[in-house]
Ligand binder design. Sequence first.
Ligand code: ADP
Ligand code: MG
Length: 555
Amino acid sequence: MNSKTVKLTQMMQIANHGHILYIYDAIDSYIENAVSYIMTGIEHGHHLLIIENKERYEQIYLKLQEALSHDQLDYIHYIDNYEFYRLYGDCHCESIVNHFTQIIKPFLSQQISFRTWAHVEWKEQDHITSKLEHFENIADQSVSSSGLVSICAYDGNKISALLQNTMLKSHEYLMTDNELVKSNLYQKRTVVFPSLSVQSDHKKVEKQLKAIKHQLESFIMQNSDPILILDKDDKLITINRAFERTFGWSADEVVGLNATDLPIIPDDKRFEVNRNRSFAILGENIEGCESVRKTRDGTILNMMLSCFPLRDEEDKVSGRAVIIRDISERKKAQELLIRTEKLSVAGELAAGIAHEIRNPITAIKGFLQLLQSGSIEKKAYYGIIAAEIDRIEQILSELLMLAKPQAINVESKNILSLIKDVVTLLDAQANMNNVQIIIKFDHSETCVRCEENQIKQVCINFIKNAMEAMPKGGKLVIQIKNVNEEKLLIRFIDQGCGIPKHLLSKLGQPFYTTKKKGTGLGFMVSKQIIENHNGTVVISSKENKGTTIEVSLPL
Ligand code: ADP
Ligand code: MG
């Protein structure tokens, strides 16, 4: 045997299987190697499937006939490679694989060992590299799963370097006319290093990523709102300077703490932390949730919190970011507005009330004169005078209540008596305007947790608006409805001028008024108060028919 040929017996050291890429150059060596391969196989009791062109096979077979007996020659099975690879015109991977599967079926079913020699040839066609790559990948899988030894021979003068390298990934061994080596590229795809051009691309991307990271870091650090970054276990990993400034704790003191243990969270708000975390885990954002947080010196600040999940490169939630905005100043301004508006309502009411009070005072004065003159029976009139004085007292105390700044005091209040108190104040104006106020209710005992004065302020605003919408008089129905155990509705239903559809959205904007002496603040402030009570305000209106303002409050 030619010394240049590969000692193919070596191949038997190839574990149990071997997918070998043979890039041949000289035909002589090719034939020598094929013969050696076949003979070694037969020595090991293997059958041989030779996928080869006719001419080359004849050359090989001639040599084999010299060396092998008839019985041994029966181990060789010839398959025309022209038919095999060009069976359906273009190289069609699935067809080839199916064909091959059919061929080897009888061997596998009878548990006959075999090895293959395939001379891969193809006619010029598009995408041949990727077609062959696909085919050889499948072939490699079947070779390694069936423990087959298989040679795929490619003409080194025809195969492109690109195709050769591609093939080296699906073949465990590379053979040339006189060498056999392990393929460095085989199945090492995961640790294959990118080529130089890709590496420089990587560097570019790396630089870009660094720049973005830098931008994000400074965006977080320089942000004027406190920002916290928490990992997937809800441990604090980053805070920014605004956090330190606002709350007074430094990064050293808080980084590493669990979110629920952060000193900025008042005890009664710890449940919020777990709730926000659950939202983040589900991939949900929380936007603009109002709450309070504590500074190092114990000051409670009104805060608006936004919280959103952070994701890793596999799009899994890997933590969350929390942005906190100090809205204490805004809250103060809102409270101031509510107070100012209240005072202006009180001022307006005072004019009407002066009127209301003058009537009983005139009556009392008259009775006093009559009593002084002794012209009437005293006893009968004392009762009337006392009742008139009571009424004056009641009205004045309501007015004072409204005008006086009060500490915010949330208590459970009977809603029916609250509304009756308000109506007392407004009766005078209602009478003057010919408006009849009718109160309807489901239960007289329903109580609502609220800031009494603020809810009164809301009712006054809505009743006043209703009366002002009915300058010629009409009915105002105040309906108190228990929707269920959790919700109460208060409807103010008037028969006034109504609000044109296109102006409905303006209601609630500050200073929007259609009245000469209006402030355009009543509706907005009332809506704010109700929302602060976790309720809602809904308007429905028909021009020239009337308006219904529906306030819902949690019970
Ligand atoms: P103001 O009463 O000082 O005008 P509001 O904020 O209370 O301010 O109301 C704003 C505007 O909304 C009113 O000027 C009026 O045009 C309209 N409006 C509010 N309530 C009613 C109502 N019940 N019927 C008709 N228009 C209303
Ligand atoms: Mg008003």
